[in-house]
Ligand binder design. Structure first.
Ligand code: NAI
Ligand code: 2OP
Length: 316
């Protein structure tokens, strides 16, 4: 069977770590792309990963380049290009600089891989999905963003720790934008199907909600330079596997809403079914009035960023 091509744009921390995970899962041949100013860096990382193949036992052709021609005919493209936040910086402060980068990248993706499915990682995530969608001209089901998988993984980690149980038995769901207003849905959190409200007191539950919202900032502060990449790359790898293997995985992702949950013309995080066609179904779940209010606030904050993109001239 012919191996599919997966291109990762931005060969930095997330991009490099993601290329390793994709190779280890043998999801296809991998192309790492970065800007010409990085010289041989993408090719160097690619060769290093290729040489790990005989040790790890994976078969994948991994190449790196600063020329988008190498990405031609990709089935899947992951955009990790852009600046990461520094301590004290919010994701939203990356808006202007990363909008320019993501717009340019999305145009190259559309030029060389017109049939690709695009997974956006660059921040601020939901607004960058919107700009990638517009700049690519692709239908919305082929442009989605990674956030809920990561935020949910953080929430599961904190629940497992608080309950002293295996992470394998924890289920959790985070809706909304990938920012301070995200909505960790404690009503959907369970340990092996047992609702979390029967296992933890309210103050512990609220502490988990807040730590989930602050999850990215907690890592930024600890690292001192740059942001998280191991859990982000693992989250993208799960989405990539769901798409490449047509697994029909249900994973929360940032997707274009056209009436679902009462929102129109905005990208934000909701549970979706992922398969070979990209976003194959948006799942609408009932929410309490408080959850609805929080979700509304989160979607409105993404809408505010999209308005800023318009004012800055990125969406004209
Ligand atoms: P990084 O700084 O390690 O890597 C970014 C790479 O992008 C650099 O190698 C840079 O040269 C490259 N780049 C810049 N402009 C480019 C262009 N026009 N074309 C191709 N490559 C370009 O940053 P890191 O840690 O890999 O993060 C990347 C982005 O992902 C950031 O915006 C970060 O905030 C975001 N992120 C989002 C997450 C999410 O949950 N959605 C999780 C983690 C990171
Ligand atoms: C995170 O949540 C930086 O958005 C990234 O770690």
């Amino acid at each position: 069977m012919k191996r599919l091509k997966i291109s990762v744009i931005g060969a930095g921390n997330v991009g490099g770590s993601l290329a390793q995970r994709l190779a280890e899962r043998e999801l296809g041949d991998i192309v790492l792309i970065d800007i010409p100013q990085t010289g041989g860096m993408p090719a160097g990382k690619a060769l290093d990963l290729q040489e790990a193949g005989p040790v790890e036992g994976y078969d994948a052709r991994i190449t790196g380049s600063t020329d988008y021609a190498a990405t031609e005919g990709s089935a899947l493209v992951v955009i990790t290009a852009g600046m990461a936040r520094k301590p004290g910086m919010s994701r939203d402060e990356l808006l202007d600089i990363n909008a320019k980068i993501v717009k340019g990248v999305a145009k190259e993706v559309a030029r060389y891989s017109p049939q690709a499915i695009v997974v956006v990682v660059s921040n601020p995530l939901d607004a960058m999905c919107y700009i990638a969608w517009k700049a690519s001209g692709f239908e919305p089901r082929r442009v989605l963003g990674m956030a809920g998988a990561l935020d949910g993984a953080r929430m599961k980690t904190f629940i497992a720790e608080a309950c002293n149980v295996s992470v394998k038995d924890v289920q959790a769901l985070v809706l909304g934008g990938h920012g301070d207003t995200m909505v960790p849905l404690m009503s959907c959190a369970t340990v092996a199907g047992v609702p979390i409200k029967y296992l933890l007191p309210e103050d512990k539950i609220q502490a988990i909600v807040q730590r989930t919202r602050d999850g990215g900032a907690e890592i930024v502060k600890l690292l001192g330079n740059g942001s998280a990449y191991y859990a982000p790359s693992a989250s993208v790898a799960d989405m990539a596997e769901g798409i490449i293997k047509d697994q029909k995985r249900v994973i929360p992702c940032a997707v274009y809403l056209n009436g679902e949950y009462g929102f129109k013309d905005v990208y934000t995080g909701v549970p979706v079914k992922l398969g070979a066609a990209g976003v194959e179904q948006i799942m609408e779940i009932p929410l309490s009035s408080q959850e609805k209010e929080e979700f509304q606030r989160s979607a409105e904050s993404v809408r505010g960023l999209i308005e800023s993109l318009k004012k800055l001239g990125h969406l004209s």
